[in-house]
Design a protein around this ligand. Structure first.
Ligand code: SF4
Length: 350
């Protein structure tokens, strides 16, 4: 009897899992309604997506808050945001506003950057568990060890890093300005932290000697050259554009490699009608919205960052109701980290 039950469970398990996965996918894709626990009263109630959006907008007004969404966020979060963009652009724009509160829909290091640039504002990150595996690949202790091995060599740190690592860096960079930042330094050698792929991409056109931290973005790293080659064969008229966080074998296949903001500009101005996109899936939302006459094909279904998909409308609502979780960078770290960011911002643009 017991054996029969086990056999039955073993046979039905995949079916149950498939139904669950379908339900989860439906909920994630449509987010039609949510079974919510009120952040203040603790009472459970059903809310439709539009009601949640309306309540978020009301609370944003009441709290004098601005809602920021990274380009990789879920569609419905980007749709309701006051500002969308890449991580640093969001923090810079938020600092310019008169808002008392920043609700940052992104990952932890992004909320830290907002706190570094706006110490007088309250920065909320609706899901504290939204981290970045690449940022976590380098610690302050690890960077100190690397600096000790290369005394006097300046540290160029990609903004996808923790505040503590930025604080130990000479200058920060983004994927849009990394080349200019590196060339602005008088030294002939640099330590590039933490993304080895972005570092190698920049090094291709630089005369400097690079020492890389061995970090990478697991989401971009999942894209395989075979996937790109197959899609290029299937759509010979399509241009392949990718983010420099991709592996060098992928960048080598690209018609154009650039930051997310660069991708929006490139696709808008290019006469091409079809693009294969080599970055996180969230970017498709705005690309499609801004270019309704063009087609965008995600280079791989693996290009989904689980951390970037954590924050839901329900999380934003709960965060605004409770004014938690807050991210605040302590002054001992904030001031040197801001120095590294300010030095980057002073690098002239093209
Ligand atoms: S996409 Fe990559 S770099 Fe961005 S948060 Fe996810 S893991 Fe980090």
């Amino acid at each position: 009897m017991c054996g029969d039950v086990l056999l039955y469970v073993a046979q039905t398990r995949p079916l149950i899992d498939a139904v669950r996965a379908k339900k989860d996918r439906f909920r994630m894709e449509t987010n039609y309604f949510a079974d919510l626990r009120d952040g203040v009263t603790g009472k459970r109630h059903i809310m439709y997506q539009q009601d949640i959006k309306n309540e978020i907008r009301d609370l944003l007004k009441k709290r004098n808050a601005v809602l920021l969404a990274h380009n990789y966020m879920r569609d419905e979060v980007q749709e309701i945001a006051d500002i969308t963009g890449d991580s640093l652009a969001l923090s810079i724009e938020a600092a310019k506003t008169k808002a008392d509160v920043i609700v940052f829909c992104g990952v932890h290091f992004m909320a830290e950057s907002a706190s570094i640039l706006s110490p007088d504002k309250t920065v909320l990150l609706p899901r504290l568990d939204a981290g970045c595996p690449m940022a976590d690949m380098v610690t302050a202790e690890g960077l100190l060890e690397m600096k000790a091995r290369f005394p006097g060599v300046p540290v160029v740190t990609y903004v996808n890093s923790t505040a503590a690592v930025k604080a130990l860096s000479d200058i920060c960079c983004t994927s849009a300005n990394a080349g200019r930042v590196v060339e602005s330094l008088p030294e002939k050698e640099i330590l590039f932290v933490p993304d080895r792929n972005l570092g190698r991409f920049i090094a291709k056109t630089s005369s400097k000697t690079f020492h890389y931290w061995d970090g990478f973005c697991p989401t971009h790293e999942r894209l395989r050259p075979e996937e790109v080659i197959r899609l290029k064969e299937e759509y010979p008229d399509a241009l392949f554009i990718c983010h420099p966080e991709c592996n060098p074998a992928i960048s080598a296949l690209a018609d154009h490699a650039c930051s997310t903001s660069g991708m929006y500009d490139y696709c808008r101005t290019s006469p091409a009608k079809r693009f294969i996109i080599g970055t996180e899936a969230g970017i498709l939302y705005r690309l499609k919205k801004e270019n309704p006459d063009k087609e965008f094909i995600l280079a791989s279904p693996a290009l989904i960052c689980p951390n970037m998909k954590l924050i839901s409308l329900e999380d934003i609502l709960a965060s605004l109701q409770t004014m938690t979780p807050e991210v605040r960078v302590v002054e001992d770290i904030r001031i040197p980290a801001k120095h590294a960011l300010d030095r980057m911002l002073a690098v002239p643009r093209d």
